[in-house]
Design a protein around this ligand. Structure first.
Ligand code: NAP
Length: 306
């Protein structure tokens, strides 16, 4: 999401290079990612896919490429959503921008209330059979929405959403109640986004202080500001400081490891605007927190809710 949005192609190349060197093999993007997300300029959507397309030339097979569709990509009434018409169009355009002829994981960006799931899933199934998509997934789905979609797939012999991409971090834990138990029961991959709370859990934002000039908050990311406004967000940052220090880890290292240590999490999509973010955050990614540390965090979360 940073590529072509907060950082240019050169800086994106350095981040991708570092990620591939560190053995990362899943790259997530979306048709809509680009500066157009902030200024509403349709011509400036799709920059992330364009940049990735350039950077992946000659090494497409080194990664699993995940992208998404749903959001508005043009002024027309059908330039959004999950109708048969828009899915075909969105995929063709993503393939062009990404300069590839297949997507490993094609995800619907959110639930579409105005298109029957039968139509969406039938179209996605056709595209899997045509070899343009390997697997299908969804993002920002509630458990009931995923269960409904799975029911439709089973009823009509269609491909099912194999993954779900929800937000999950030390400060956003709603999925633990319904979604995680459901995915564990149905063997669905859970690929979480914003594991560092869009950067909040790195400790770079402090009450009463201006954000660092090279940060996303300074660039005006609204969803980051909303997350930061939640009372518990900065409290959690302070709460994990001693736990991270006890391990000799930095805050981003601790925050990512917490996500990966939680039950039911298949993978986490880390964001980065500098190659050093990858190097630092992944330093202990192979380790897991202990039961005692996890309980300490739960206690802290409860305390912050009061
Ligand atoms: N499906 C959806 O609706 C959805 C929504 C959001 C995101 N996503 C996906 O998830 C990906 C990750 O999201 P995200 O970027 O919000 O994830 P994140 O990992 O929570 O936040 C990444 C940000 O944290 C900061 N950071 C990372 N490592 C750091 C370090 N070691 N030290 C200091 N700061 C560090 C950087 O902020 P600065 O750049 O400000 O320095 C970086 O941009 C996106 O690229 C996108 O593919 C999906």
């Amino acid at each position: 999401m940073a590529f072509g949005h907060w950082i240019d192609e050169r800086a994106s190349a350095a981040v991708l290079e570092q990620a591939l060197d560190r053995g990362i093999n899943l790259v997530d993007t979306a048709d809509v990612y680009g500066t157009g997300m902030d200024n509403g300029e349709i011509a400036q959507l799709g920059e992330s896919e364009n940049i990735l397309g350039n950077l992946l030339q000659g090494r497409r097979h080194d990664i699993l490429l995940a992208t998404k569709l749903h959001n508005r990509m043009g002024a027309g009434i059908n330039d959004q959503g999950q109708s048969r018409y828009h899915i075909y169009r969105a995929l063709e355009n993503s393939l062009k921008r990404l300069r590839t002829d297949y997507i490993d994981l094609y995800q619907v960006h959110r639930f579409d209330e105005s298109t029957p799931l039968e139509e969406t899933l039938e179209t996605l199934t056709d595209l899997v059979k045509a070899g343009k998509i390997r697997y299908i997934g969804c993002s920002n789905y509630a458990a009931w929405q995923l269960a409904k979609a799975h029911g439709v797939s089973a009823l009509h012999g269609l491909r099912r959403f194999e993954t779900v991409q929800p937000e999950y971090s030390l400060i956003t834990r709603d999925i633990e109640r319904e979604l995680i138990p459901y995915t564990q029961s149905e063997q669905v991959g859970v690929i979480v986004y914003s594991p560092l709370g869009r950067g909040i859990l790195s400790g770079k934002y402090r009450p009463g202080e201006a954000p660092p000039s090279d940060s996303r908050l300074a660039a005006g990311e609204q969803r980051l500001q909303l997350l930061l406004n939640q009372r518990h967000a900065l409290g959690m940052v302070e709460g994990i400081r001693p736990l991270a220090a006890a391990r000799g880890w930095s805050l981003p290292q601790f925050a990512l490891n917490w996500v990966l240590s939680r039950p039911g999490i298949t993978s986490a999509i880390l964001g980065a605007s500098k190659p050093e973010h990858i190097t630092e955050t992944l330093a202990y990614a192979g380790e897991r927190l202990t039961e005692v540390e996890l309980q300490e965090i739960d206690r802290l979360a409860l305390e912050l809710q009061q």
